[in-house]
Design a binder for this molecule. Sequence first.
Ligand code: ADP
Ligand code: MG
Ligand code: MG
Length: 211
Amino acid sequence: MAAVDTAVLADWVSRFGAAVTEKRDWLTELDSAIGDADHGANMARGMSAVSEKLGASTPATVDELLKTVGMTLVSSVGGASGPLYGTFFLRMGMAAGAVSELDGPALAAALRAGLDGIVARGKAEAGDKTMFDAMAPAVDALDTALAGGASVVDAARTAADAAAAGRDATLPLVARKGRASYLGERSAGHLDPGAASTAILFDTLAAAVEG
Ligand code: ADP
Ligand code: MG
Ligand code: MG
């Protein structure tokens, strides 16, 4: 596949919703160790609101689709993850524009704009033990793979692998952002829940692009 169209992105959103719903208990378990035990519920609730919203009308353009996802997450999830993932999808949609498909570089640029939105909103830096630690390596890996001539399918899978490695690398970290930072040193030895859901985000992107 040379380009990712609105239908593929809608499939991504739908797969992400199904996966966070399936993994709700695990995400909540991770959040119970270093947070307030609601990350799985937050993500499942937000993505179920998204699925209802998209079920009512299927947007024709990439920006319309992604902005709808973002606005729905912002308005339906109370926790930190709602505004953060909401901003990610909103910024990604704004960067993509009113087009019906994205080629590899346009997809990478849109994902990077989403990542930048998360940083603008939450001020996370590398090693703070947040979703940033899974997302930044994934977006970097996507850029590198595409620059090296990989197909969008292969580049998206490489990005998903990088997100999973980033998630795993949060295990020993001491949290410096979000609720987990209240625990200080006691946050070490646990995976970050948001990094775990971000690894799911990139795994489902790769699956949707693979088709
Ligand atoms: P809450 O912490 O409000 O209960 P969630 O449990 O749904 O919200 O989400 C927690 C996740 O949000 C964390 O695991 C972390 O990955 C992410 N997070 C929290 N604060 C920030 C931040 N400032 N920047 C980036 N990600 C953050
Ligand atoms: Mg929480
Ligand atoms: Mg909460």
